[in-house]
Design a protein around this ligand. Structure first.
Ligand code: NAD
Ligand code: TYD
Length: 341
């Protein structure tokens, strides 16, 4: 089986490439990635020479490049390629429209043209919007995206459904909650807090810090994607989550405790505009139909994640150089100047 992975140099993509190479001896992978600020070939240095792995640098909005790679007689595609950071989408939505919507449509056209047998779209829980306390969204919940990032991902989901409906494209959509683990770019909550705490820098908490996210260890998500790739029926949509939403403050305190750092490092800053209060999914459908379940409890996953960042400071330092530094200064200096409490 030959699988095209788009965005395989990013956080979840690189974890999934490694997972497939190590767990499925019959699978060949082409990793197609344009290497934006979030893409890092160092994240796959350990498997770069594997004969079942090939890297192609290319952009999913580039029709010729996409058709070129589809010419390699693919059996399936898993589309991770995306602009993924909500704060950046608030700053400028254009790259999100370009990659997340137009890029997905370019891939869908190629999949139609080359009669691809399986298209797995990596979506997000954020397409459903904010979940009221005590509620978990199912796959039937109406999409209500509220940030520019979420709107671009929901639009891509609609395109995937439209191609399935109109052209019979065999597509599967996965909507997962926040992931954490090794190789996550340090703009996202958990690696950012680990990176700052290690250096005794302040930890910026947006608003009151009581927003809830349902963190899933990335290895658990990889096993869900592997099952969907092999077993999900065309047209299926699956939610994927650990089922344990937790407030941001609790996550940050846990990180500080593990690193032996004081809570005084936490700094409350101006809230994100339009900040979704709570994400929570019901993932009983994938458990029932594909036999998936999360195996790594949060306590274990966060310890493994912190250890990984501690032991891979060169990866972290590289990720935090260059473009990251500009983003950090631009985004957080303004936020802390308008310090909210
Ligand atoms: P990431 O930002 O770490 O990586 C994105 C990857 O896509 C990078 O390697 C980047 O170079 C590549 N890319 C971006 N634009 C591209 C383009 N035009 N052409 C080719 N490659 C391009 O992202 P991630 O956190 O690993 O997320 C992967 C997918 O999972 C995304 O679709 C995201 O929406 C979804 N998702 C992520 C989370 C999470 O918690 N990280 C949760 C739910 C869903
Ligand atoms: P993030 O990792 O950006 O993921 P998402 O917004 O896609 O869920 O943020 C997770 C939560 O952490 C979210 O409620 C925003 C909050 N947050 C902070 O409080 N401070 C920060 O510096 C960042 C990056 C996020």
């Amino acid at each position: 089986m030959k699988v095209l992975i788009t965005g395989g140099a990013g956080f979840i993509g690189s974890n999934f490439v490694r997972y497939l190479i190590n767990s499925r001896r019959n699978i060949e992978i082409i990793n197609f990635d344009s290497l934006t600020y979030a893409g890092n070939p160092e994240s796959l240095a350990d498997i770069a020479d594997n004969p079942r792995y090939k890297f192609v640098r290319g952009d999913i909005t580039d029709k010729d490049a996409v058709n070129g790679v589809f010419g390699e007689r693919l059996d399936a595609l898993v589309n991770f390629a995306a602009e993924t950071h909500v704060d950046r989408s608030i700053e400028d939505a254009s790259p999100f429209v370009r990659t997340n919507i137009m890029g997905t449509q370019t891939l869908l056209d190629a999949a139609k043209r080359f009669k691809l047998a399986k298209f797995v779209q990596i979506s997000t829980d954020e397409v459903y919007g904010s979940a009221p306390a005590g509620e978990s969204f199912t796959e039937e919940t109406t999409l209500d995206p509220r940030s520019p990032y979420a709107a671009s991902k929901a639009s891509a989901d609609h395109f995937v459904s439209a191609y399935a409906n109109t052209y019979g494209l065999p597509a599967v959509v996965l909507r997962c909650t926040n992931n954490y683990g090794p190789y996550q770019f340090p703009e996202k909550l958990i690696p950012l807090m680990i990176a700052n705490a290690r250096e005794d820098k302040s930890l910026p908490i947006y608003g009151d810090g009581m927003q809830e996210r349902d963190w899933l260890f990335v290895e658990d998500y990889c096993s869900a994607i592997g099952l969907a790739l092999e077993k999900a029926a065309p047209g299926a949509i699956y939610n994927v989550s650990a089922g344990t939403p937790q407030p941001n403050l609790k996550i940050v305190r846990t990180i500080l405790q593990h690193l032996g750092k004081p809570e005084s490092l936490m700094q409350y800053v101006k809230d994100r505009p339009g900040h979704d209060r709570r994400y929570a999914l019901d993932s009983s459908k994938i458990q029932r139909e594909l036999g998936w379940s999360a195996a790594v409890p949060f306590e274990e996953g966060i310890r493994r994640t912190i250890d990984w960042y501690q032991n891979n400071s060169a990866w972290l330092d590289h990720a935090r150089s260059g473009e990251y530094r500009n983003y950090y200064d631009r985004h957080y200096v303004r936020r802390t100047e308008t310090f909210s409490r």
